[in-house]
Design a protein around this ligand. Structure first.
Ligand code: GLU
Length: 436
């Protein structure tokens, strides 16, 4: 990626998408638009942690609550060296739209700690997590702001979040303070698969409505997936279960392309990754870099790694027919326009990767009621929700295309999804009444 692309402000990117959607909506009060563009609050923290070698390091953490109009804030905590306040705010905003679109009763939030998990031991990560949660204090809570996993955090991290909060609030049912927990600790069955599973569920519904060529569904389709973490790995498996051929996958160390047209043997890839920590070198494949993976000739491309992967420089070279945004914000607004002109469909992040927060909501409900639903039940409910909302977004786009100004500002699925989400938030804000 060029240095120019790296500098793209995630907040500006969200705002550009927001304004584009507003152009296609009915009247929204001006003041509300300004209100929705800014986070309600962003906490910025510095805290010391004792490292394994006895030294003390200062870490920087954030938690942003964009909106709590629809319910308590909801959103992941990411651990990454490039986390910034602006990035966390942009992602909190995205969570608001995601929750509004997919109709879970949560607002948008996001948190992060600036650190490189690959350079830290488990005890160091535990101490960072505990201190971060202690510093957040009552800014998180089962009915105020509910964290979850995100980039480089996992169910283990969420167990530490829960345990720390519980230590500070004894004598209460604190399980609903965080979702994405381990199963033995009130986690929901299927939560770890939910984002990847939901993305493919949205894709299935889209293909029902707009088949690629003569065949329906994913059968025989060639799929390339950037990222082989919780989202990419599950999406790959799910595509294969539905008859697609996964021709390439990658992780942060590099990518692989199947030697044969029938695709990768995912069991072998997973085994290789477990043994060597990277997909590169898996039997039946040859190495390609992450840039080349994005440009492969394929039917479906799933960017399921980092933001800003498809930008104006490589967008003209993308050779997929449909892109499913498994990651948050993998496509820049400029690239969106290029892809649209080239007739490439994008299933946007607020729809495609909302499966995680949907099953987080199921986890929260189960924790409040002291119930456990089966994996099959959680995933069946998720499928139903993803399919219903995907159809709603597709219908909305069709309706938008019939409007007068659509020729000058052609809408896409992102515009349609955002318009549904923003309108719902606007409606509910006014129903509640501006306080006081
Ligand atoms: N971090 C995930 C996301 O960006 C999940 C958030 C959640 O489950 O609260 O959607």
């Amino acid at each position: 990626m060029t240095s120019e692309e790296i500098r793209i402000s995630p907040l500006k990117m969200r705002q550009a998408q927001f304004h584009r959607a507003v152009r296609h909506m009915g009247h929204v009060k001006r003041g509300l638009i300004d209100f929705f563009l800014r986070p309600k609050r962003t906490l910025s923290l510095h805290f010391p942690v004792e490292m394994d070698d006895g030294s003390v390091r200062i870490f920087r953490g954030y938690r942003s609550l964009h909106s709590n109009i629809l319910g308590p804030g909801k959103g992941g905590i990411r651990y990454h060296p490039k986390v910034t306040a602006r990035e966390v705010e942009a992602l909190a905003t995205l969570m608001t739209w995601k929750c509004s679109l997919i109709r879970v009763p949560f607002g948008g939030a996001k948190g992060g700690v600036v650190c490189d998990v690959k350079q830290l031991s488990q005890p160091e990560l535990r101490r960072i997590t505990r201190r971060y949660v202690a510093e957040l204090g009552d800014n998180i809570g089962p009915h105020t702001d509910i964290p979850a996993p995100d980039l480089y955090t996992s169910s283990r991290t969420m167990a530490w979040v829960y345990d720390t909060y519980q230590a500070l609030h004894p004598g209460e049912n604190n399980l609903p303070v965080v979702t994405g927990k381990p199963l033995e600790l009130g986690g929901a069955e299927g939560r770890d698969e939910a984002t990847g599973h939901g993305a493919i569920s949205a894709l299935e519904r889209y293909l029902d409505l707009h088949p690629l060529g003569d065949t329906r569904g994913l059968g025989g389709r060639r799929v390339a997936i950037q990222g082989f973490g919780e989202v990419g790995r599950v999406a790959a498996r799910r595509c294969q279960e539905l008859g697609a051929r996964v021709i390439a996958v990658s992780d942060s160390a590099g990518g692989i392309r199947a030697d044969h047209d029938d695709g990768l043997d995912l069991d072998q890839v997973e085994r290789h990754k477990a043994e060597h920590g990277r997909v590169e070198g898996a039997p039946g494949s040859h190495a390609i870099d992450n840039e080349a993976l994005l440009e492969l000739d394929c039917d479906i491309l799933v960017p399921a790694a980092l933001a800003n992967q498809i930008h104006r420089h490589n967008a003209p070279r993308i050779n997929a027919r449909i892109i499913v945004e498994g990651a948050n914000a993998p496509i820049t607004p400029q690239a969106d326009s290029v892809l649209q002109e080239r007739g490439i469909t994008v299933l946007p992040d607020i729809l495609a990767n909302s499966g995680g927060v949907v099953v987080s909501y199921y986890e929260w409900v189960q924790n409040l009621k002291n119930e456990t639903w089966s994996r099959a039940e959680n995933l069946a409910r998720l499928d139903h929700r993803m399919q219903e909302v995907t159809a709603e977004v597709v219908n909305r786009l069709e309706a938008m295309r019939g409007q007068q100004h659509a020729r000058r500002n052609p809408p896409d699925l992102r515009t349609a999804a955002l318009a549904i989400a923003i309108e719902r938030l606007a409606r509910i804000t006014l129903e509640r009444g501006i306080w006081p």
